[in-house]
Design a protein around this ligand. Sequence first.
Ligand SMILES: *Cc1c(COP(=O)(O)O)cnc(C)c1O
Length: 359
Amino acid sequence: MTDLAEQWRAARPSTAGVHLDSAACSRQSFAAVDAAAAHARHEAEVGGYVATEAAAPALHAGRAAAGALTGFAADDVVFTTGATHALALLLSDWQGGKKIACLPGEYGPNLVVMARRGFHTVSLPSDGEGRLDPDAAARALADERPALAHVTMLGSHRGVVQPVAAIAAACREQGIPLIVDAAQAFAHLDCADTGADAVYTSSRKWTAGPRGVGLLATRPGLLTDQARADLAHAEVNVAAHLGLSVALGEHVAAGPRHIQARLAEVGAQTRTVLAEVPGWQVVESVDEPSAITTLTPPDGVDPLEVRARLIAEHGIVTTRAGVERAPGEMTRPALRVSPHVDVTTEELELLAALLTVLR
Ligand SMILES: *Cc1c(COP(=O)(O)O)cnc(C)c1O
């Protein structure tokens, strides 16, 4: 194992099986869990509001780390309850037109948020893999004149990395604000130079923070003062914010570039091993620089059942991704495999062997 992998494993409780599900929820470290627990205890000792004041420097450090990782300042970053909450906040607060451009492979629950808030979508052009075509997209933006553009930098349903900086440049030229969903990209890919006007993420995925928390970074002026004031006065789970702040600190200490490089290697390794499984098709190219791998099953095999049996019989955690995750792009459910930096070849080979017989 690499040093990074060893440190990652040593920093958290051991798994009950094989965890290949960081795109759904990574495993928290002892330090993140302990920080949240210690804060809850401190609330009981000194009072919740006094404890929050004491936690302010650590929370500020968390926002500063999230800002540095997304190209924003600490004051541009707010904690949310998740990625979906961040998008809902942005769209509810938006004072302009309601035409929003996104890719055909846009995350299904995001499309629901957009529709509920009265937005209608126009498509940005993409290639056969679902990857944005920057030149065609620039022309589409000029023709369609949407009020906003929204790009999910890395999907939940497919490990294809979107060329966000290219679309950001086109948006800037047209004066169209760009919102980036980095729920899968943050703490996984380099998000520091997206050029977006807003970037949001959840905590529990590649960052390995607690559940029920997220982050939203916006350029000054994008959110109204009223929205910022509402956020400042909302009741929040301070303990979870601290857990996330500690996870961010650990990510920065481990070296974001180091983690990005290792996760790209993990993706290539996963796809190489799983390509050998008869009947299953790996969707991504081997060298796609993400650690999300999806597989379409052989005819007659239900990924939901395969996922359940892998957990029940072998303690192997993966995700079944249904077509509702990307209704404009997926035609069949897939099995998603998303290991973190510590995966071993033996673990991937075990999964490959089981997929070969589970049919
Ligand atoms: C998980 C996910 C979300 C939603 O995140 P929550 O924190 O659960 O709201 C949004 N977009 C993508 C691409 C995701 O993978």
